[in-house]
Design a protein around this ligand. Structure first.
Ligand SMILES: [Zn+2]
Length: 87
């Protein structure tokens, strides 16, 4: 049902996004979502849950074949373009 502009705006007054409250990691001090594992050190409630070193190794192995020299040169080209725009 169509209603007044004021009615629509009153409804949308509650649509703004709220700031996600971040908790501080007890182990490394990095901000993380509350009730979630800290993704910078892998600790949850003072206990190591994820081995982040192993994860980093795995990610490296996964990305080795993916990033070819062509892609890297493209990325560098984009960066240079951005720098030129700033000047
Ligand atoms: Zn942490």
């Amino acid at each position: 049902m169509r209603h007044t502009r004021a009615h629509t705006k009153n409804r949308r007054a509650h649509h703004a996004l709220k700031n996600p409250g971040m908790a501080k990691c007890g182990n490394c001090g990095a901000p993380h979502s509350p009730h979630r594992v800290c993704m910078s050190c892998g600790f949850y409630r003072g206990r190591k849950v994820i081995d982040m070193a192993k994860r980093a190794e795995k990610a490296l192995r996964k990305n080795k074949g993916k990033e070819s020299k062509k892609e890297q040169s493209k990325k560098e080209g984009k960066k240079q373009e951005k720098k030129e725009e700033k000047k």
